[in-house]
Design a protein around this ligand. Structure first.
Ligand code: SF4
Ligand code: SF4
Length: 366
């Protein structure tokens, strides 16, 4: 008697994928051209054809915890090749988003970040917390004299609150990461038994330099945009950490030529340039990278506002602007928004992608 394969279809899951940009799903005729053209797809277990099939059948169980989703860089090579005008790049993006919602800890924050109706809450909560901290510290007023941000937010207070924030975010990342690893281990989607396969430094280099991503052809400069955003963000984070650790040794406020200031300015510039490039791609290359969701736009908007407000904060101090403290406050709120919600936005995918790259045995096409 032939084996019977039982498929657990989930119509609600199909509707979710469609609503997140996977609308032309049903048009797929399973020709496989997308998997052939994808330079990141491994020969022995190619994507995205199988994901297109699973998604059109609503096979949620297969797609939640599918490691191959995280090997895709949404370059659009597959979408520009598809003879049916289906957008596999967009479908895979929707599936990654549904994975965030599944693995995020706590999950309600991921829901908040994915729906525009929660935007006021997302913004107001960090603003109120910062106001409360300043009020409790007795510094909630606009100081007289030359602009000195430490009179509004004293360094020790700033450093202790920021450090606590980072610890909370790391806990959230860790919980989400553990859920993800446990799931793919349970489903045996990747072989994670052979520790020799784990090449930490090699994969770290891959993530930082985007060597696989740079193989993509259709939107070849998206990898550059990605590198700029990632390096700009990491540089700014590093400068902040160094400033926290060395608060006793730095001469505050730092002058423009201080190494940490130069690094911070370069990071801000990289972040603005990379984010603008990403926005350009989302506006003008929809035919290949697919439609963008609210989460895509809100994430890019917060990143851009963060970088621009950071640059304005610096100019306001050197120029002694009367609105300096207001700009600084807005910048602080944006820092909190980007950091505290990081595990629930596109910054969250860093951890999933890294986990899959570390654990997967598969190699992409050369
Ligand atoms: S998504 Fe397009 S290219 Fe890929 S299998 Fe379906 S029809 Fe073919
Ligand atoms: S978007 Fe690019 S990386 Fe992702 S499946 Fe398509 S061709 Fe491959």
């Amino acid at each position: 008697m032939e084996d019977v394969i039982q498929i657990k279809a989930d119509p609600r899951f199909i509707r979710q994928v469609k609503s997140l940009g996977g609308e032309p799903l049903k048009e797929c005729m399973q020709c496989g051209a997308c998997s052939v053209v994808c330079r990141l797809s491994p020969d022995e277990n190619p994507f995205p054809r199988k994901e297109m099939l699973w998604a059109s059948w609503g096979m949620k169980d297969r797609l939640i915890g599918d490691p191959d989703l995280w090997l895709c860089h949404q370059c659009g090579d597959c979408s520009s090749t598809c003879p049916r005008g289906v957008q596999p790049a967009s479908v895979l993006s929707a599936l990654r988003h549904l994975n965030y919602l599944e693995y995020a800890y706590p999950r309600f924050l991921a829901r908040w970040l994915s729906k525009p109706e929660y935007l006021p809450v997302v913004v107001v909560i960090p603003a109120l917390i910062i106001l409360l901290i300043l009020w409790m510290a007795g510094t909630l007023s606009v100081p007289d004299g030359p602009v000195d941000y430490s009179r509004l937010f004293p360094h020790t207070l700033l450093n202790s609150t920021f450090s606590s924030l980072v610890v909370l975010v790391l806990v959230a990342y860790w919980r989400g990461f553990r859920r993800f690893i446990r799931d793919i281990r349970k489903k045996q989607r990747v072989n994670i038994k052979n520790q020799k396969e784990i090449r930490f430094l090699y994969q770290l280099k891959e993530i930082l330099l985007h060597t696989q991503f740079r193989k993509c052809q259709t939107n070849r400069y998206r990898s550059l945009a990605h590198i700029l955003v990632l390096s700009g963000f990491l540089l700014l984070l590093l400068v902040t950490m160094v400033a926290i650790v060395n608060v006793l040794f730095f001469d505050y406020p730092m002058n423009l030529w201080h190494p940490a200031k130069i690094a911070g300015n370069l990071g801000g510039l990289a972040l603005v340039t990379g984010t603008m490039m990403m926005i350009w791609y989302r506006l003008f290359r929809r035919d290949t990278i697919g439609g963008s969701t609210y989460s895509d736009w809100s994430f890019l908007a917060f990143l851009l506002l963060l970088a621009v407000s950071g640059i304005l904060t610096e100019w306001a101090r050197f120029g002694n602007w009367s609105a300096a403290y207001v700009i600084y406050f807005i910048h602080m709120v944006l820092v909190w928004i980007v950091i505290i919600y990081a595990p629930y936005t596109k910054l969250g995918h860093v951890i999933f992608r890294f986990a899959v790259l570390l654990l997967s045995k598969t190699q992409s096409k050369g």
